[in-house]
Design a protein. Structure first.
Length: 71
């Protein structure tokens, strides 16, 4: 789950928090898993503290330790 101010939060199927990964300097706005094994995490994020309305968006691809859920 993308969480503004908290980074990426991993939840169990029952909704319990498993882990939290903070990304200093970034505010995560959205995420999606990709790749054949669903272990590539694509993140959309804003630079923390950027002036509102500025073009501060970032798109990142990270290797993730566990696969994302298939949709």
């Amino acid at each position: 789950m993308a969480c503004w101010g908290a980074g990426v939060i991993v939840l169990s199927p029952r909704g319990l928090e498993i882990s939290q990964t903070k990304l200093p300097g970034l505010e995560v706005t959205n995420l999606v898993f990709g790749g054949a094994d669903r272990r590539t995490l694509y993140l959309a994020a804003d630079i923390a503290g950027a002036v509102r309305g500025s073009k501060s968006g970032q798109l990142l691809a990270l290797n993730w330790p566990r696969p994302g859920a298939a949709l």
